[in-house]
Write a protein that binds this ligand. Structure first.
Ligand code: CUA
Length: 316
């Protein structure tokens, strides 16, 4: 209803309606009590105005019922806001299990997107309508922030870390993408577009030219170029842990702690290998800090993700 006014961007994701409903509820509660209180102040100021210069105000004593009323009503309202807000927050911060994953790298001053099929784009992001999309994001320099008003989603993009953002577009179209964290001189120019397409158009777009092959393929090439494969061998004869089937598993470290292998762990193990050594291995891996770019890291992460367990050897 508000889409015609510049203050209210279009609702173009499954989350937009939920965020707006909560937002309008907060506005309504605030407006109701502001008007009520302002009105009562004016009303009583007039009603009990000093009519005679010598008049003195009578002292009043509140009743218990009144005290309870103005404790209980605000308590109930604030709990409604809390529970409602928390449920919307959880929905926004927990991506569904099945998502289309796209890597995003922010840098001064552009957005780089990398699709798993190998497609890369700058300041444009093509996604299909009606499917949940998860951005796995990091920054090459300072903190940026992805903000797509029409989807009502926003998340910081932090150097040295992977953060996630997910959304499910509900209608095809082109939507603004902003950087919402001041990041230097041309912060205001760090904008882009999310292009939501019909599934067929998206497939066509996706298959149109990804010369270097999928992201995992790029990672595989890098894996051998950097000679990672001399130590991480699928046959368990290498000096490093076998990576096949590792992603998503929980492993035990030398310290006895356990850790689940996710994107952040793989990244850390490439940049600061000594940080979390798998139990039973020596801290002999050199760091690749400064040798691989953020995008190459993503390719390596995706390659490790793609390594499925080899067919089990049959004991004889
Ligand atoms: Cu990037 Cu502001």
């Amino acid at each position: 209803m508000w889409s015609g006014t510049p203050l209210f961007p279009e609702q173009a994701s499954t989350m937009a309606g939920r965020v707006d409903a909560l937002y309008f509820f907060l506005i309504a509660v605030s407006a109701f009590f502001s008007i009520l209180i302002a009105g009562l102040i004016v009303f009583y100021a007039v009603k009990y105005r000093r009519r005679d210069p010598n008049s003195v105000g009578a002292s009043g004593h509140g009743g218990m019922a009144l005290e309870i009323t103005w404790l209980v009503i605000p308590f109930v309202i604030s709990m409604v806001i809390f529970v409602w807000g928390a449920s919307v927050y959880f929905a926004i911060s927990r991506p569904p299990d099945e998502t289309i994953n796209v890597y995003a790298v922010g840098k001064q001053w552009m957005w780089k997107f990398q699709h798993l099929d190998g497609q890369r784009e700058i300041n444009e992001l093509h996604v299909p309508v009606g499917r949940p999309v998860k951005l796995i994001m990091t920054s090459e320099d300072v903190i940026h922030d992805v903000f797509v008003p029409a989807f009502r989603v926003k998340a910081d993009v932090i150097p040295g870390r992977y953060t996630n953002l997910w959304f499910q577009p509900t209608k095809p179209g082109r939507y603004h993408l902003f950087c919402a964290e001041y990041c230097g001189t041309r912060h205001s120019g760090m904008t882009g577009e999310v292009i939501v397409m019909e599934p067929n158009d998206y497939q066509t777009w996706l298959s149109g030219g990804a010369p270097e092959g999928s992201l995992a393929t790029t990672g595989a090439k890098l894996f051998s170029d950097l000679a990672c494969n001399t130590c991480h061998r699928p046959d368990a004869q290498g000096r490093g842990p076998v990576l096949e089937g590792l992603f998503g598993k929980t492993i035990t470290l030398q310290s006895g702690e356990t850790v689940t292998i996710d994107e952040a762990y793989v990244r850390e193990s490439i940049l600061t290998p000594a940080a979390k050594i798998t139990r039973g291995f020596q801290p002999i891996m050199p760091t690749f800090q400064g040798l691989v770019s953020e995008e190459q890291l993503l390719a390596l992460v995706e390659y490790v993700k793609s390594l499925k367990t080899l067919p089990q050897m049959q004991p004889r």
